[in-house]
Design a protein around this ligand. Structure first.
Ligand SMILES: C[S@@+](CC[C@H](N)C(=O)[O-])C[C@H]1O[C@@H](n2cnc3c(N)ncnc32)[C@H](O)[C@@H]1O
Length: 289
């Protein structure tokens, strides 16, 4: 972990833990254990709970293992993408997913997620995979790039930015790319609320990690893995994810949605943790047949 501690404040934790309605002696699945914040709260909520904890990032899993060491064999850790996990049938009393990247990813310069630091354009959560953000930037054709920026980043200037990238590439570092994008967009973009490269970076990250496909697979595979009556809680951070979660939960014949509208963070949490500003929590229950 480059000597840096994994730090991540769990988002919407009160609401997510209440939403899971944790049962004593229950078995819970945390598909995005990250630093272990939500898993810890599940383990502490009631007596004798056990947790299966997944993460596709080896650093995250190692950090969670360290942070949750006191729970000993009450936690099982598995290094896997949640879309590749072999969900056992009717095994869990609850499932939680807290999607996307962690604060650790954004704060660790060498992971290449953020243009606040100069680093290789990497953005892989699972570093066993080959494809990096630099590969996409330097090898995709103009239309593919524009589609990534438009569909995954919701970037209105996607075509202009894709054209300029193809003209000026190669780009190898985060700041090289971010500064170039800032120089190509109109002035009002440069002085807007967010940095002009924010949406392009979001799009690239989603493409590198194939995030929406993984989420779709998870939404199909998870419901049969819940014991009837058990809850699933999913926290998402942008509208593309939230749309998939909303429809995935609603369209599953096994589930009853418990949150008509998504639960969002209270002002006290937002004041403490900026990241919670865009978080949305949806909860559903496996129907009792
Ligand atoms: C927002 S963080 C989770 C933080 C955690 N809830 C906590 O309280 O510390 C998301 C984590 O999920 C992992 N992740 C994202 N997508 C994944 C996927 N498709 N499969 C497995 N892990 C994934 C990331 O590597 C990251 O560690």
């Amino acid at each position: 972990m480059g000597g840096k501690d994994f730090f991540h404040l769990p988002v919407l934790s009160r609401e997510a833990i209440a939403g899971l309605a944790i049962r004593p002696g229950g078995h819970y699945l945390d598909v995005t254990v990250g630093g272990g914040g939500h898993s810890r709260l599940i383990l502490e909520a009631v007596k004798d709970v056990i947790v299966t904890a997944l993460d596709q990032d080896g650093d995250a899993l190692a950090a969670a293992q360290k942070n949750l060491a006191e729970f000993d064999n009450r936690v099982e850790f598995i290094l896997t993408n949640f879309s590749a996990y072999d969900f056992p049938h009717e095994a869990f009393d609850g499932i939680i997913a807290d999607l996307g990247v962690s604060s650790y990813h954004l704060d660790a310069p060498e992971r290449g997620f953020s243009f606040r630091h100069t680093a290789d354009l990497d953005m892989r959560m699972d570093r066993r995979r080959a494809l990096t953000a630099a590969d996409i930037i330097n090898s995709s054709d103009e239309k593919e790039l524009a589609d990534i920026f438009f569909h995954y980043g919701e970037e209105r200037l996607s075509r202009r930015i894709a054209r300029r990238i193809v003209e000026k590439r190669p780009f190898y570092t985060t700041t090289e790319l971010a500064n170039a994008i800032a120089s190509w967009v109109p002035g009002k973009y440069r002085h807007g609320r967010i940095h002009p490269a924010t949406r392009v970076f979001q799009g690239l990250r989603i493409a590198v990690n194939d995030e929406l496909k993984s989420l779709e697979t998870f939404l199909e595979k998870a419901p049969p893995s819940l014991i009837p009556g058990a809850h699933i809680a999913i926290i998402s951070f942008h509208s593309l994810e939230d749309r998939l979660v909303k429809h995935g939960l609603r369209n599953s014949p096994l589930l009853k949605v418990l949150t008509k509208k998504p639960i969002i963070a209270q002002t006290d949490e937002i004041a403490q943790n900026q990241r919670s500003r865009s978080a949305k929590l949806r909860i559903a229950q496996r129907k009792e047949d």
